[in-house]
Design a protein around this ligand. Structure first.
Ligand code: 6J7
Length: 662
């Protein structure tokens, strides 16, 4: 038994040796050994070169614009065959490095070929242009008459010919009837060039969408694209480790990362920032420091893709850009979510609904109390899953949860946790019993300068918090501001909020018509500065009772917005200083907007309309609010409008599992 076992091992080893010999032979035919080089007079390490080296031409026979680039012929094949070809390519040393999309195209373009037993498929010394994958049968490989190896199904051979013009380095003969799949050099090159060009265009478009690079001239952008390499990292991978030597610069093209940093060698790293598509990192170690100054860790279950640039290219092409050279970091740790033990232990059955605080197409918001401590009340937002799916809001709802759970600001309504069942998603929120600012505004008509300043100040604080974390809000309006029992305003409803990172744009059209910025209407891509536009609109509405741009239907409103703020005649009740700030916030060009300049949101706080405003008092909660709401107890819902009982129950969700995070 032992002998049989050893014979088996020996047979396997023999096969392995044959395969390795064949590979070695192939490599040696392209890269001569040191001894051969010396004989040939070619140069080796540290040796003077005595003869001209032979160039290898790998230039494609194709030029951009060649019609065969646009379309390559494909041949139908079964899934089993496709898998066999794909697998053969992935096991081949030369071809396994191709991109997935290139492999797929090659698989589709290979055509069937058959040879009978004994026929010669490849002849040593011939010029070849075909590469084969063996689907069925056996072949023998010989060189100068000597047997090199046998090959069976699932093997690639002849692949050198598709890389450049070369003579065949060995003979391959069928030793049974064989069925093969083949592709020629021309078709292979068309695939490579096309996918390469597509990638180039894709990278160029992507770079143009990243504000740091968007203004660079196209020539420079193309040079950057030429040196970029795509790298993928899995969830939890450290792309950069603090203290390591760094030689690369990264631009995120897909996914999210966390930046963490330890203050001292013995302390735990804390999260200081989250980055997303379009954000870049790794410039510091390339600017003289050498050492990485923070960790960058993949924070996305689907992994992260980065476009990577090496030190030399960075220095030549990017390092001198002011926005890169002068990038400053405010190393404030990101607060952990509020999902502490108390809320984790609760179930829906622990709450009783007392009243309805709001109703909408999405569902409703109920005032609920904890059964075992009725002094603890919350707002429970109940969203119909079917409605979310029908209106394709799954991503928005997920963003809403992720962002609200992360935010810990006194100017943002807190989310404690979420629940779900077959029909609804539930969000347990801090309740603000002062009611909606919209209701107060409706009842009062408009606010005076000082009240408008106080509420605008609350929003500025909320935006300062969110924007410093790369989060855009996108739905500012009085309906989304709630007053707490003190009378301070807090932002609520984060359905349109999104983490877009810094200096990055997003294209989703969202917001409330009267409040959307012109670049959103024109689909030019928008960034955090769209929130500053809406801040100007809010100021106007708070001081007059209605927004400056308002038509009988959204299209009319959009047309007015596109005509610009200069077309608006400001009523007298808006003070000169307030007018000045509104006009500066509502600039058509986002880069001219106050808040979007070098000093960021501080420019808004320093505007003369805010002269003397007690920002520190606002932050500490020591400032007196303009209106003190009447709230008699933790279950007093009298500051909210009355809403009817719920209509019929929605059907259950589509069970696609999009809601697993809730
Ligand atoms: Br993004 C980012 N934020 C910070 C930060 O607050 N502090 C530090 N030191 N680095 C930060 N980064 C990026 C920056 O690009 O993280 C990278 C770590 O490698 C750093 O460049 P690096 O020192 O080369």
């Amino acid at each position: 038994e032992r002998i049989r076992e050893l014979e088996c091992i020996l047979a396997e080893k023999d096969e392995e040796i044959e395969e390795l010999k064949a590979k070695l032979d192939k490599f040696q035919s392209i890269f001569p050994t040191a001894t051969q080089q010396r004989h040939l007079g070619t140069f080796g390490a540290g040796m003077p070169r005595t003869q001209r080296a032979q160039g290898i031409s790998a230039e494609p026979n194709l030029v951009i614009g060649d019609p065969s680039l646009a379309q390559v012929r494909t041949y139908a094949k079964s899934e089993k065959t496709k898998t066999l070809i794909r697998q053969a390519i992935l096991e081949n040393d030369f071809m396994k490095h191709l991109e997935d999309c290139q492999i797929e195209e090659i698989v589709d373009c290979m055509y069937p070929v058959e040879y009978s037993n004994g026929s010669c498929i490849i002849k040593e010394g011939d010029v070849g242009s075909l590469v084969y994958v063996l689907e069925d049968g056996k072949v023998a490989v010989t060189k100068a008459g000597a047997h090199l190896c046998n090959m069976g199904e699932g093997k690639v051979f002849g692949e050198l010919a598709i890389l450049y013009n070369c003579t065949r380095t060995a003979t391959v003969k069928a030793t049974t009837n064989v069925r093969l799949w083949a592709i020629d050099r021309h078709c292979f090159q068309a695939i490579m060039m096309r996918t390469g060009l597509l990638k180039h265009t894709e990278y160029l478009e992507f770079l143009t969408s990243v504000p740091t690079f968007s203004k660079l001239d196209e020539d420079l952008l193309r040079r950057i694209v030429d040196v970029m390499e795509e790298c993928h990292f899995e969830y939890g991978d450290y792309i950069i480790r603090q203290g390591a030597i760094g030689d690369t610069f990264y631009i995120i093209s897909k996914g999210n990362v966390q930046v963490t940093k330890r203050k001292s060698a013995s302390s735990e790293p804390v999260v200081i920032r989250k980055l997303a598509k379009g954000d870049w990192f790794g410039e510091r170690a390339l600017q003289g420091e050498d050492m990485r100054t923070a960790n960058v860790v993949v924070d996305d279950t689907e992994g992260v893709t980065c476009l990577v640039i090496d030190r030399q290219s960075f220095t030549q092409l990017i390092g001198d850009l002011d926005s890169v050279k002068q990038k400053k970091y405010d190393e404030v740790p990101v607060q952990n979510s509020k999902s502490d033990g108390f809320y984790v232990g609760l179930t829906l059955e622990d709450f009783t609904a007392i009243d309805t605080l709001g109703v909408g197409g999405f569902g409703r918001v109920e005032l609920v109390e904890l059964k075992n401590d009725i002094t603890k009340t919350y707002a429970m937002k109940v969203l119909k899953k079917r409605h979310i799916v029908d209106t394709r809001q799954q991503e928005h709802i997920k963003n809403e949860k992720a962002i609200m759970m992360e935010c810990q600001s006194d100017f943002i309504v807190k989310m404690y946790r979420t629940f779900r069942d077959t029909k609804y998603i539930y969000m347990l929120l801090e309740c603000c019993l002062g009611g909606e600012l919209w209701t107060v505004l409706r009842d009062k008509g408009h606010f005076d300068d000082s009240a408008a300043r106080f509420y605008t100040g609350c929003v500025v604080e909320a935006f300062t918090y969110m924007h410093s974390r790369g989060i855009i809000y996108r739905d500012l309006k009085p309906e989304n501001l709630l007053l707490d029992t003190r009378g301070y305003a807090k932002l609520v409803d984060f359905g349109f909020a999104k983490r877009i990172g810094f200096s990055r744009k997003t294209w989703t059209f969202c917001g409330t018509p009267e409040y959307v910025a012109p670049e959103i209407i024109l689909n030019k891509g928008h960034d955090l500065s769209a929130d500053y536009w809406s801040l100007g609109i809010l100021m106007y509405e708070l001081m007059t009772g209605s927004p400056p741009f308002s038509g009988s239907d959204p299209m009319k409103t959009y047309n007015q917005i596109l005509k610009g703020i200069d077309m608006i005649e400001f009523p007298k009740k808006i003070s000169k200083n307030a007018q000045s700030l509104i006009r500066k916030l509502c600039r058509d060009n986002p880069s001219e907007r106050l808040g979007n300049q070098r000093n960021g949101i501080k420019d808004i706080q320093k505007h003369k309309w805010f002269d003397g405003f007690h920002w520190v008092g606002l932050r500490k909660g020591s400032m007196s609010p303009p209106i003190k709401p009447q709230v008699s107890s933790s279950s007093d819902s009298s500051n909210f409008d009355k809403f009817p009982e719920d209509e019929e129950e929605p059907p259950p969700d589509d069970l696609s599992g999009w809601d697993v995070d809730f």
